[in-house]
Ligand binder design. Structure first.
Ligand code: FAD
Length: 335
């Protein structure tokens, strides 16, 4: 492999049911910055069946070009056809960087693609930058249980591949859709379709997705038990938000894992984040520190959560939350 043959920043633009997933657009935002630092173009790779209509959205969110592989075999995600198609795109276009969202699909596909094209992969990156001197990609992610941040390089192989979890990077505001759409003609061999899909059962969350909520009221071990979420839910309801949690509550079975914020949960960026009875360990903070405004309620004034809070309230959450809800009602009644 001559790494000098490889150029350009590529982003895998994941779509499901003909809808782009947000992480693809977030990666376009980051990819645009990396491409700017390298003086190259940003390309989004779109795989699917009948998905050409999505290309405009990618162009308006920073992509200079969309490479489209449109094939019936890519209609519903299956490992082998997708891995084949993305590997062929890499072999043909030779990008120097490829970013993939760390979704269930991305986690299934990216390691296989990296093995097929003989390169490395850094999973779950929280920061990506270009080294000013070598122009290598600096891929930063938590290591050793989240206690240190490691910056990983892939100097001898291309593309430099990284996955990034949803919510970590930011989309660019939608602009004008300028750029080209290039159809990559590819014959996906019949033998790639080695799985028969019998039924698709859609995951229909009954509550608001925590990554989309503008207000999150998050509970930690300090809420005392599953019933401790009731006052949090009440407050969230008043503010048009939803509840989330630390891992301690998920591990104790007080709530479900789709509510978990942090390194091994979701990264969230609401306008307002309440941390109630959460100590503020680094693995939790990593998932919420970019929130617009953070209010922490904890009875221990030395709790690390106060270090990232914009407003800290020292006291018993069981007394503070109902009082806060009552104040909101009073203020609304006056309006
Ligand atoms: P605790 O640390 O036990 O804190 C409870 C807090 O509640 C204390 O500060 C206490 O003062 C306060 N409190 C108690 N009673 C009250 C009351 N009545 N009123 C007010 N305050 C009260 N954690 C995550 O959250 N997300 C992750 O994604 C995550 N990933 C991890 C990944 C790895 C590899 C590892 C090793 C750990 C991970 N953790 C994660 C766990 C993390 O290290 C902490 O153990 C966890 O965040 C602690 O949860 P907590 O703050 O709810 O509980």
């Amino acid at each position: 492999m001559n790494i000098k043959d490889y150029s350009g920043v590529f982003v895998f633009a994941q779509q499901v049911d003909g809808k782009l997933t947000s992480v693809g657009l977030e990666l376009c935002g980051k990819g645009k910055q990396l491409a700017g630092d390298l003086g190259v173009k940003l390309t989004a790779v779109l795989l699917g069946s009948g998905v050409e209509g999505l290309a405009g959205d990618l162009l308006s969110h920073g992509a200079d070009r969309v490479i489209l592989v449109d094939d019936e075999k890519l209609g519903v995600y299956m490992t082998e056809p997708y891995v084949y198609a993305l590997s062929k795109v890499i072999e043909n276009y030779k990008p120097e960087i490829l970013l993939v969202g760390a979704t269930a699909i991305g986690r299934d596909m990216a390691p296989r693609v990296s093995a097929r094209v003989h390169t490395g992969l850094t999973a779950d990156c929280t920061a990506l930058d270009i080294d000013g001197e070598s122009k290598n990609l600096l891929m930063t992610r938590p290591a050793f249980g989240g206690n240190i941040m490691a910056t990983i390089l892939c100097p001898n192989h291309r593309p430099q591949m990284a996955t990034v979890r949803p919510g970590v990077m930011q989309k660019l505001p939608a602009g004008e859709a300028v750029g080209e759409i290039e159809k990559f003609a590819l014959e996906i061999p019949e033998k790639c379709v080695n799985v028969e899909i019998l039924e698709i059962i859609p995951n229909r969350p009954t509550r608001m997705n925590i990554q989309e909520a503008k207000v999150l009221v998050s509970g930690g071990r300090g809420i005392g038990g599953p019933e401790g979420f009731a006052p949090l839910d009440a407050l969230a309801g008043k503010l048009g938000g939803t509840i989330s949690s630390s891992r301690a509550c998920v591990d104790s079975g007080w709530t479900t894992s789709d509510r978990q914020v942090g390194q091994t949960g979701s990264t969230v960026r609401p306008d307002l984040y309440f941390a109630c009875g959460i100590s503020g360990q680094i693995q939790h903070v990593a998932g919420m520190e970019e929130s617009g405004y953070i209010i922490a309620i904890n009875r221990d004034e030395t709790a690390p959560i106060f270090g990232v809070a914009d407003l800290g309230i020292v006291g018993d959450l069981h007394a503070i939350l109902p009082a806060l809800a009552a104040e909101i009602d009073k203020a609304r009644a006056k309006q």
